[in-house]
Design a protein around this ligand. Structure first.
Ligand SMILES: C[S@@+](CC[C@H](N)C(=O)[O-])C[C@H]1O[C@@H](n2cnc3c(N)ncnc32)[C@H](O)[C@@H]1O
Ligand SMILES: [Zn+2]
Length: 422
């Protein structure tokens, strides 16, 4: 009867349930009843896996299914690299935290990222992990016990913005705030920014890549206030659209952001940005917001500050398409990326991304794929180091890009690139 009542209440108020240790099992079971899960143990069907140094209780199916199920709880083992990079970023950022060495993970799922922070980033003193799914939180709480970090972890079942607005025990805000939603973070960017301390860090994921890479341009304009480009460097445009949403939202809240590291790994687009409370810096936001114009006829591209819907390609005279408004400033702070790399040890996959980010020229908001150029030259693709060497020898800026290992960045115009490589 009591269980039934709890189930009905939870069904009615859905995700607005606050986690209470004493009835957490009931809440988890009620959630599972809704999806006809087995009783009495709501951890049935969960298995232990180890990611890096952290033991995690995860739904067994999440380790075998191609698309990890959302019920009874979500865990994606393929997101390990994204979490590995998070650990490196939080370790690099922790010394910048002045007082509250806290992390809030609002969409924690089974707690993979939050628990890894608790185990693998000793500088972070307190981790607050929240999810709307009580079963996921039940698993996270048990995993914290397995790892011996229950003392530094606090768990809650709440709607993400309600969780973030409550703050921690002593402060309204957190040192680091992470948001890792299914799909777009657009609805929640305001409350994430509001929840970060002055000089704190926000890390925000977007996985609505079809929208951000141009399959649904009108949805992109609505969610990110900018137009996507469905072309060979669409993931960079996507990352810059996400960054511009965060920057413009921050400026409305009299905050300024500075991206310290960003990456696009598989369908994960992720931005790490330091937040500062400063209306004067917020006023400067438009210095880093502009557009990328692209010619879908010949492949010419350029960055512009202003929007010109009638602009024509200077190489073939066809109409240019507009990407943005989007972030045209740097995507990385080099010193920060170097600190991340120092911590990377034998993690060669992360080091490859970080090396390219360190090399990346940061005033060109697009890249060129080597095979795009070779098809124009009707040759086999040149190697990226060779292309960079030749462009630099001809007096242009050129570098790798962390967003595509088969591509390069340069300030040379497309026709000049062809001349140099012919
Ligand atoms: C992509 S998963 C998080 C994965 C997790 N960060 C990890 O690395 O394993 C998104 C999570 O958000 C939770 N969620 C969805 N909407 C929510 C909301 N409005 N408030 C709180 N949690 C929510 C889901 O239950 C799910 O666990
Ligand atoms: Zn053209």
């Amino acid at each position: 009867m009591v269980l039934l009542l709890v189930a009905c209440i939870i069904d009615h108020i859905d995700i607005e349930v606050i986690w209470r240790p004493t009835n957490s099992h009931d809440s988890a079971c009620a959630y599972n009843n809704k999806y006809r899960m087995k009783q009495p143990s709501c951890m049935d069907g969960f298995v232990e896996t180890v990611e890096c140094k952290t033991r995690l209780l995860v739904p067994a199916l999440s380790l075998t299914e191609r698309v990890p199920p959302k019920v009874p709880a979500f865990f994606n083992p393929a997101a390990k690299q994204s979490r590995d990079l998070s650990i490196l970023a939080y370790r690099a950022f922790a010394p910048r935290l002045k007082k509250e060495k806290t992390l809030a993970d609002g969409f924690t799922g089974i707690g993979a990222r939050a628990l890894r922070v608790a185990v693998e980033v000793p500088e972070i003193e307190q981790v607050f992990a929240n999810d709307a799914n009580p079963t996921a939180i039940e698993a996270a709480r048990k995993s914290a016990e397995l790892n011996g970090v229950s003392g530094k972890c606090r768990f809650s079942v709440n709607e993400v913005c309600k969780f973030l607005m409550k703050g921690n025990d002593s402060e309204e805000r957190f040192g680091i705030v992470d948001l890792d939603p299914f799909g777009t973070p657009a609805r929640h960017v305001d409350c994430v920014l509001r929840a970060a301390l002055d000089d704190g860090l926000v890390s925000i994921t977007a996985t609505d890549t079809a929208v951000l890479c141009g399959v649904y341009p009108e949805v992109c304009l609505r969610r990110y206030y900018g137009r996507p480009l469905n072309n060979s460097y669409g993931n960079e445009t996507a990352l810059r659209l996400l960054t511009s949403l965060i920057a413009l939202t921050a400026s409305r809240l009299e905050l300024a952001i500075k991206p310290v590291f960003s990456h696009a790994t598989m369908h994960y687009l992720r931005v790490y940005a330091q937040v500062s409370v400063s209306s004067s810096e917020a006023n400067d936001v438009y210095a880093s917001i502009g557009h990328v114009m692209h010619c879908f006829n010949c492949g010419h591209r350029l960055a512009t500050a202003e929007y010109d819907g009638n602009a024509r390609c200077e190489l073939c005279q066809k109409k240019l398409r507009v990407g943005g408004q989007l972030w045209t400033g740097p995507l990385h702070e080099k010193g920060f990326v170097a600190k991340m790399k120092e911590q990377a040890g034998k993690d060669e996959k992360s080091k490859k991304v970080l090396d390219a980010a360190l090399d990346e020229i940061d005033d060109v908001p697009y890249y060129f794929k080597a095979d795009e150029i070779s098809s124009k030259l009707r040759t086999n693709p040149h190697s990226i180091p060779k292309i960079i060497e030749k462009l630099r020898a001809a007096g242009y800026k050129a570098s790798k890009t962390s967003l595509n290992f088969g591509a390069f960045k340069t300030d040379a115009r497309l026709d000049r690139i062809i001349d140099v490589l012919r």
